[in-house]
Design a protein around this ligand. Structure first.
Ligand SMILES: [Zn+2]
Length: 190
């Protein structure tokens, strides 16, 4: 854990009961909603990881990955977009089983780029009763059944004006991310 603490990559560990038992400073900076914002770590350590993961299909897919990592005893890599309003970010999360049923998550940054802020991704923006499905892995938005687009394109396609309120984003999994997650198995360790 000493090395994990100093790691420049965000690292967090859950125990066998899926409770967060360790996060490093890089993780705290990474999950802050804005750059240079002081992270709030109250209520992170000791709490179930499920407090941070939406119910439904998103949780089911994570549960599936965790059960495979624990049962097979090998690592998997999960690519994930973790955008901020003004920044696109792609990471690979490596899930590795530890001997006691814990799982270490190491977030390897793949790329990031700045962009004009997207109000739909601003957590402070007022929301109304409408909702849009947002894939928790690729961050695309469902524009109609079976069609998912990058958030800027979806705003155009759906003609969402910069209004005083916006639809809220409903966590979901698009079919291509779902398919690739269902096919994600750890390599068996000899
Ligand atoms: Zn997706």
């Amino acid at each position: 854990m000493v090395n994990d603490f100093a790691d420049a990559r965000p690292v967090y560990i859950i125990d066998a009961l899926d409770r967060i038992v360790f996060v490093n400073p890089a993780w705290s900076r990474f999950v802050a909603p804005a750059r240079d914002q002081a992270p709030d770590l109250n209520g992170v350590i000791g709490r179930p990881i499920w407090n941070r993961i939406p119910d439904g299909v998103v949780r089911q897919l994570w549960e599936l990955l965790y059960s495979r990592v624990r049962a097979i005893g090998g690592s998997v890599f999960v690519p994930m977009r973790v955008d901020r309003a003004d920044e696109r970010r792609l990471i690979d999360i490596e899930l590795s089983p530890l001997s006691d049923g814990s799982i270490r998550h190491v977030c390897e940054p793949v790329w990031c780029e700045a962009r004009p802020a997207v109000a739909l991704l601003d957590p402070c923006y007022p929301r109304d009763a409408r909702s849009l499905r947002s894939c928790m892995w690729c961050r695309r938005i469902q524009v109609r059944l079976g069609a998912w687009e990058e958030i800027e394109d979806a705003q155009q396609t759906l003609a969402i004006p910069a209004d005083s309120t916006l639809p809220r984003l409903e966590p979901a999994a698009c079919s291509s991310c779902k398919q690739s997650l269902l096919k994600t198995f750890p390599a068996r360790v000899a």
